[in-house]
Structure formats: C-alpha cells, structure tokens
Design a protein around this ligand. Structure first.
Ligand code: 7RM
Length: 663
C-alpha cells in the first residue's frame, strides 16, 4: 500500500454547489422512486438492516434453491445468500421466456460498417444454449476458466452467458490488450479455453485479435514461461474474414462448432458464491489483480442498480457505450440490463467512425432512451464540435449517465444541454471493478444533481470519508473514501492471492474496505470524488497502474530506471508522463521515445503508451531511495520540464524541491 497522499480538490465547491438541477415533475412522476423523501425512507431502512433489505430484493431473482443464511462476514471475506442455488444466465434469459418478453429485442447490434442484427430474448437464449453445449463438447466443466478476447459483437455476450450457464468462470480480456498482456492474464487464471475472433472492425481498420492470441500462445515471458501451457482449445469467431492460422486439433471455428451444437441446455444450478468471473485490473504493483466476483451477490447488484439508477421502463432502449472488456460492460451491457429484461444497444466500433457524429446518429436512428458513457468521451465530443450532435434529433433520450472518472462541471453542462436538451437528468455513477456495480449515484427521479458530484449512496451502501486515522471528517473536508460494511456485489478476492487482497483493500484501515479514492462530502451529504490517492492513474477512464508501465519501460534494453506519473489532460482526464534514465552509453532521442512507446504498447497495449517521455540523468529520490513521485507529478503538470528538452538539465530546481520534500 502506498503512503496516503492528501487528496487535492480540483473542483471548487462554493460556486458549483449552488447549481442544483432538479428532475422535472414529468420525470419524477413517472419514476420508480419519485421524491427525495421516498429515497430517504428506503435508504434509511436499507441501512438499518441491510441483510433484511437485500434479502427482500433478492426475492426478485430466480432461485433454484433459496439461501439459508443471508450473509456471513469474516473480514475481509464476505459470503452472501449462503446455501442458495442460482444461475446468472438463467436470470438473464430463461426467466423472460415465459411471457411476451420472449419476442422482445434483447440486443440491437450495429457493426462499425453499419451491418445490423437484432436478437430477441428467445433467439439469444438459443444461441447461449448452443454455445454452452459447444463449451461442454470441448471439455469445459463447471469451475474451469475460459478467457474471452473478442470485439463488441453479440457473440461476446453469448460467450459470457454460455460460461455463466455451465458454471465456467469467464475472464474477459479487453481487445486493446497486447499479446504479452493476454498471456499474463490467461496464465494467472489458468484458462483452459480462449474464445476469440479473427478480428474486429475499429476506426475503419481491423484489429487482428486471433493473431494477438497466437502471439500470446507463443510468447516467452521474462520469468521463462513459454506461452500459455494451460490452454487446450481456441474457439475463433469469423467476423472480419481476416486470414488467420488455425492449428489442427487446437483451434476451431465458432460457426462450425455452433452448427453442430444442440440448442437445448438446462442452466446449471450453482452455489450463490460460485465464481462468476475474474476481471483483471491495474493495481499499485506491476502485476494486474484478478478481481473475483461470485454469482448471486454480483447479479443482485447489477440487477438492482440498473433497475433503480437507470429507472428502467419496459420500452427503454438502453445504451452503455463501454466495452465488455471493462467492468462497466460486464454490469451494464450484459448482466444488469438483461437481468431486467431490457433492450440493449451494442455497437462494435469507434465513436468517431466515420466521424464524431456516430453516437448521435445511432441515438437518432435507434431511438435510444437511456445513454451511459464516460466523461473522456464527452470531452472528446466537445472538442470535435457541436455541429455533430446538432445534425441529429436526440429527442428520444430521457436519461443520461456517466462513469469512470470525475466529470468536470463544464463537460457536465455540455452533456446536459447539447445532448440532453436540458430535459434529461444526468446520473453520475461512482463505482469500481472491485465494487462490481454502482455504489454512489443519484436515483434520477428523486435526487437533485450538482454538476461534478456522484451525489448519494445506493440502497444498503454506507460510504464514509475518513482521515488517515480512520476518523470521519467534517463536511466539506477531504479524506479517504471507505466502505465499512460488506455489500452483496463486492469483490470476493484477488484470484489465488488472499494476502494481496487483504493488504490491498483491508489493511490501510484494518478490516474496512478502502477504495483508493479521495473524496469529500458536502453539507447536503453529497459525495464529491476527488480521484485516486494511490499509484493508479485514470487515463480516459482506463485504470493504469504506474508500476505496470514502469516495469514495461525498464524491461527495454537501454532503460536503467523509470518513473511514471499522471498530469491533468483536457480530454483524457489524466495523461501518462514517464521520466526515464538510460543506461550509460545510451542517449535519449525522439527515436528512442518512439521505441519506448511501441515497447509499452507491446507489453501492455496502445492505451498505456506514455504521452510524454522525459529523459534525465537521474531521478529525484529521497535519502531512503524512494522516487519522489509527488515532485515528478508537480513537474509534469506545471510544465517545469516543458518543450522538447529531451534531457532534464536543470537539477537545481529538483534540488530545491528535494529539500522541501525531505523536510
Ligand atoms: C466503473 C469503473 C474505478 C475508479 C474509481 C475512481 C474512478 C469511476 C467515477 C470515478 C469519479 C465517478 N471501474 N471513477 N467512476 N471517479 N466519479 N463517477 O470505472 O475499476 O475501472 O475504475 O474510477 O477513481 O476508483 S474502474
């Protein structure tokens, strides 16, 4: 655990807190929860007896067998709905087949080039049953791990739900990750099967996914592990028609296996605590953490938060633009909306293909009513210009959401006016891979919003802002965001590493979940998230561990030492800045910078490439030898190391700052 740093406020409260946006009477009247009083009444009851509240809510799911005990907490290990038998795939599909909903669109999908498909619940169910049988025929059993590395096509959802159906734990790997990153994740999870596709269309080109998988299977890691020894079979969806190598006996075409598979499959009753998925996320060390979520509690979280925070109506078309490679896609492209029987919009490609009007075009043509995206996307749209949204009729929208990072009030206002036409509430949802589903967000018909605040906690969730000593701070005082009590959709561990789990999340404040975020709560009880206080940086809503990038950099031949910090960036929220010391005999140049960027892309993925690279003869360190990141952060954001100087020459500045640091 890093030392705690004082979280800095970048949102000036005084003025902004006066700007309060109430939902319209029309919105509130039609909402599930239509007033603050109603929210407060329910919230109070949920906090008074969370087990009772969650047990009541869990009755809305389908159970093969009811639980015996609602919760058991032996910090840091929680169990929910102990003794219950449930299946997430059944809850997302079979449950909707007994009513008219069987013919309702479950997924409306659009490829980047405009090809389209709609799957009703009945059709999706059939495909998932076939895929479940396909996995079984390849020897996948309950408890096995299956890695999924695919583009945003319906088959991704089908693969995920097929795993859930047979009790195989899925580990979705974001399509932007490199071969090396795939290999590390597949090996950590000991996956038996990888499901991928020949490619996926993005920004007019093809991302050759199968090729990356082949390279992962061949790659030799620094610790000498060759390829992915646990992988027995690879299933390849034909999507782009890109030429791929198929290994006899190891690689199979998705389409061929699916043609042979029966469309009858009974979902397997699984223990509530059966591991549903592993999702790797960046932490404060070089090694990504395999966050483990289990079945019943997670599903309840995805279901309930979608229902209340997006205030779902039967005829909504819900569009969460996140990739399923991230947790937001797991919870709000798949499990949450499908468990609610909603219609999900799914889009394969980039927001700026063929131009920055793509999202607005989709909203107009598909009549999207609830739209959920990231602040970084919103800022990119602002920069692209109002002419793009202005060309489209966005009047089908009734509710907007954001996730992934703090939204700056200017971006909030633009979203509100230009996209929402001033009529749609905005739900700013705070949560994490670890929390599994939304934790703090306005219930839109009930809670007035303030631009930049995630407002109030969801039912049954009691976040607090505390000092280093763990003592609650006063209103408007900054501190550390913690969650004292377990909740059903919390992570159950870091895969195969209970010690790291405890150390990472439950040691800073013994026995209490520490989020890694700084926050403050204003006098109205609204939460203002101030960003990470550890060595995790949020770049365009992607979590990147500085240590991960540093280890990639030092693995480059001529690099002696590297330190990576964040600096504010207008579009991405934060940008990555690397300070690099080269081995003697090597000199820094633009060419070396390019090589380093490419190297990071190879080790992790393009999205982790440092934006700026500065070469220096030495890195500023404390006497004990710790790199002074705080100082580097300052240098990176104030521009003291500006311009094209490839060498940090003026060490007198550093010297001075170092003295301050040491005092
Ligand atoms: C869902 C997701 C988690 C980190 C989290 C925060 C930041 C997310 C908000 C936010 C301010 C928000 N999972 N974060 N949502 N900060 N307001 N509404 O993003 O694991 O990838 O990232 O993202 O720092 O700790 S994540």
């Amino acid at each position: 655990m890093p030392t705690k740093k004082a979280a800095s406020t970048h949102i000036e409260s005084a003025l902004l807190e006066k700007r309060v946006f109430k939902p319209s009477k029309k919105f509130s009247d039609a909402a599930k929860i239509g007033s603050l009083a109603e929210y407060e009444k329910l919230y109070k009851a949920s906090i008074k007896d969370p087990e009772k509240f969650f047990a009541q809510q869990a009755e809305e799911l389908h159970w093969f067998k009811k639980w015996k005990k609602v919760m058991q907490w032996k910090a840091p290990f929680a169990q929910w709905f102990i003794g219950g038998k449930i299946n997430a795939s059944y809850n997302c599909l079979d449950r909707h087949l007994t009513s008219w909903r069987r013919n309702k669109a479950a997924i409306i999908w659009e490829g980047e080039f405009g090809d389209e498909r709609t799957l009703t619940y009945q059709q999706l169910h059939r495909e998932v049953c076939k895929a479940a049988n396909m996995l079984r025929s390849l020897g996948v059993r309950s408890g096995d791990r299956v890695a999924i590395y695919m583009g945003m096509t319906p088959e991704l959802t089908i693969a995920v739900l097929a795993c859930a159906r047979i009790g195989a734990t899925h580990s979705v790997i974001f399509g932007g990750f490199s071969a090396e990153a795939i290999r590390d994740r597949v090996n950590d999870a000991e996956a038996k099967v990888i499901i991928t596709s020949d490619g996926t269309f993005r920004r007019g080109g093809v991302i050759e996914l199968k090729k990356h998988v082949d390279n992962a299977l061949k790659a030799v890691s620094t610790d000498g592990i060759s390829g992915c020894p646990t992988v027995e079979k690879v299933i390849v969806l034909k999507r782009t028609g890109t030429e791929v190598e198929m290994w006899q006996g190891r690689d199979f075409w998705w389409q061929e296996l699916m043609n042979e598979a029966s469309d009858k499959h009974d979902a397997v009753p699984l223990d509530s605590e059966h591991p549903l998925y592993i999702l790797y996320t960046s932490g404060t060390t070089g090694k990504p953490k395999g966050i483990v979520h289990t079945t019943a509690g997670y599903l309840l979280g995805a279901y309930l938060t979608t229902k209340y925070i997006f205030d779902l109506k039967e005829d909504d078309i819900f569009w969460c633009t996140a990739d399923v490679g991230w947790v937001t896609g797991h919870s709000y492209v798949i499990y949450g909306p499908l468990a609610n029987g909603a219609t999900v919009m799914m889009y394969e490609g980039a927001p700026n293909f063929p131009d920055f009007g793509r999202f607005w075009d989709i909203i107009e043509r598909r009549k999207i009513s609830v739209f959920y995206t990231a602040p970084t996307a919103i800022r990119a749209f602002i920069r692209a210009g109002d002419e793009f949204p202005k060309r489209h009729d966005l009047s089908s929208l009734r509710l907007l959401g954001t996730v992934g990072e703090p939204i700056n009030p200017e971006a909030w206002m633009w979203y509100h006016k230009t996209i929402g036409g001033g009529r749609c509430p905005i739900t700013d949802t705070w949560w994490q891979t670890e929390t599994g589903a939304i934790m703090i967000a306005p219930i839109p018909g009930a809670i007035a919003t303030k631009p930049g605040s995630a407002t109030k906690p969801f039912f049954g969730i009691e976040p607090e802002v505390v000092s280093k000593e763990g003592i609650p701070v006063k209103a408007n005082e900054g501190g550390f965001l913690i969650i004292r009590k377990p909740w059903p959709w919390m992570l159950r561990g870091i895969y195969k590493d209970p010690q790291r789990f405890e150390k990472q999340y439950f040691s800073e404040f013994p026995g209490i979940y520490f989020t890694g975020d700084g926050a403050r709560r204003d006098k109205d009880g609204y939460f203002w998230i101030m960003g990470r206080v550890d060595d995790v940086i949020n770049v365009s809503g992607h979590r990147i561990g500085t240590m991960e990038v540093e280890s990639a950099l030092v693995a480059f031949e001529s690099v002696a030492e590297a330190a990576v910090v964040g600096r504010p960036d207008e579009i991405k929220g934060s940008a990555l800045v690397a300070f690099v010391t080269l081995k003697s005999g090597s000199t820094g140049s633009e060419e070396v910078k390019m090589q380093l960027r490419e190297h990071v892309a190879k080790e992790i993925g393009s999205f982790a490439k440092p934006d700026d690279i500065h070469f220096s003869d030495a890195l500023p360190k404390t006497r004990s030898g710790k790199i002074m990141r705080r100082l580097l952060r300052e240098l990176a954001s104030t521009g003291n190391v500006k311009g094209d100087t490839t060498t940090l020459e003026d060490f007198s500045v550093l010297e001075k700052l170092r003295q301050v640091e040491e005092e």
